[in-house]
Write a protein that binds this ligand. Structure first.
Ligand SMILES: Cc1cc2nc3c(=O)[nH]c(=O)nc-3n(C[C@H](O)[C@H](O)[C@H](O)COP(=O)(O)O)c2cc1C
Length: 352
């Protein structure tokens, strides 16, 4: 399978400009998502029940998730789950549709199995996602949890950004198994300033209020809420951030988003966030540091450069309880999640 993917399918896709190749892949996955037979054949082939875990009250069939940004509008979460992902995170979504940054905005660094992107939250908006997921992937028909990653719109000034998060939360709560507050993309101006405790504290308080109200109104429990952080913060900044998170009702941390740094000068001529193998060390450093700070009390989902069993184990051994991946899905192919999940059947990490 790997040989087939790398020798033929990947070669074919790489003939296209990166964003065009992504659009073709999304169209294909969308088509599969609409075909009951194809989807279930894939599910049978890539069974994802290997090493289930319960984290923040949700049952995950395995520890490998699809990271945000691949399925920005929730077009194929069911197919991603069928391919072996133990959870799928869609988004980042903003309250209303937005186009994102001008193209070209996605670049391959094939030798390093990395990408640089400056997409800027191109998405169809919260209402469109709510309708689509409600119709095609409703709660109760899922084989793995669905996370919804929400963010601030480009036009929204920093001082008003909380409204974007609460608005998207309310619009999407009925379809979300968990929410991720994206405060770390490098491609939306000022977004990362939300990681500063003075901005983060009110955001987390307001989201918790909205969450409590929603739970009360629907006579249910609150929806788990995570934050996604950047790998570019200094340890002293991270300490403050974690202190704020521990004082709040946040359920976990996703570490990390893409990096604005250029380790070993990789991608130094390109603007945007670097992902894939070249950022693995940076994301690991962040995970290790926050794991030490939180004494393993706060679930960490490790993201950044997971591409094989070794890199997966490095994340878990550093303190992550689950992982997500994006870039390796492109370089290693769609069978990676299922392969990694199977390799973990006997892996003992905390929280199993
Ligand atoms: C093209 C592209 C778009 C992305 N879009 C988002 C996004 O909308 N929201 C988000 O939280 N992360 C986004 N990410 C970051 C990924 O979710 C992930 O954190 C990062 O790529 C590191 O993981 P990886 O090395 O496995 O790709 C994006 C990454 C890429 C490559």
């Amino acid at each position: 399978m790997d040989f087939l993917y790398k020798s033929f399918v990947r070669r074919l896709f790489f003939q296209f400009e990166p964003e065009m190749a992504h659009c073709i892949a999304v169209a294909l996955l969308k088509w599969i998502d609409n075909s009951y037979i194809c989807k279930n054949a894939i599910r049978l082939l890539f069974q994802n029940e290997s090493g289930p875990v319960n984290i923040f009250g949700l049952n995950f069939p395995n520890k490998i998730g699809l990271a945000a940004g691949f399925d920005k509008d929730g077009h194929f979460p069911s197919t991603a789950s069928a391919l072996g992902f133990g959870h799928v995170e869609v988004g980042t979504v903003t309250p209303r549709p937005q186009e994102g940054n001008p193209k070209p905005r996605l670049f391959r660094l094939s030798k390093e199995e990395s990408l640089v992107n400056k997409m800027g939250f191109n998405n169809e908006g919260a209402e469109s996602m709510r309708k689509r997921i409600k119709k095609f992937y409703p709660k109760g028909e899922r084989h793995s949890p669905l996370g919804i990653n929400i963010g601030k719109a480009k036009e929204t000034p920093l001082e008003e950004s909380i409204k974007d998060y609460t608005e998207s939360f309310n619009a999407l709560a009925e379809i979300a198994d968990y929410f991720t507050l994206n405060i770390s993309s490098p491609n939306t101006e000022n977004l990362r300033k939300l990681q500063h405790e003075d901005n983060l504290r009110p955001l987390l308080q307001d989201i918790d209020k909205v969450n409590s109200n929603w739970a009360k109104k629907n006579k249910t429990t609150k929806i788990p809420c995570l934050i996604k952080i950047s790998p570019d913060e200094s340890f002293s900044r991270l300490e403050k951030l974690i202190e704020t998170v521990l004082e709040s009702n946040i359920d976990g941390i996703i570490a990390t988003n893409t990096t604005s740094k250029r380790p070993n000068c990789i991608g130094k001529d390109l603007d945007g966030g670097l992902s894939g193998k070249s950022m693995e060390a940076l994301s690991l450093e962040t995970i290790k540091f926050i794991s030490k700070l939180t004494y393993g009390k706060l679930p960490i989902i490790g993201v950044g450069g997971v591409h094989n069993t070794e890199s997966l184990n490095r994340k878990l051994d550093s303190g992550a309880c689950m992982v997500q991946l994006y870039t390796a899905f492109i370089y290693e192919g769609p069978f990676l999640a299922s392969k990694l999940a199977k390799s973990l059947k006997n892996h003992n990490s905390w929280l199993t």
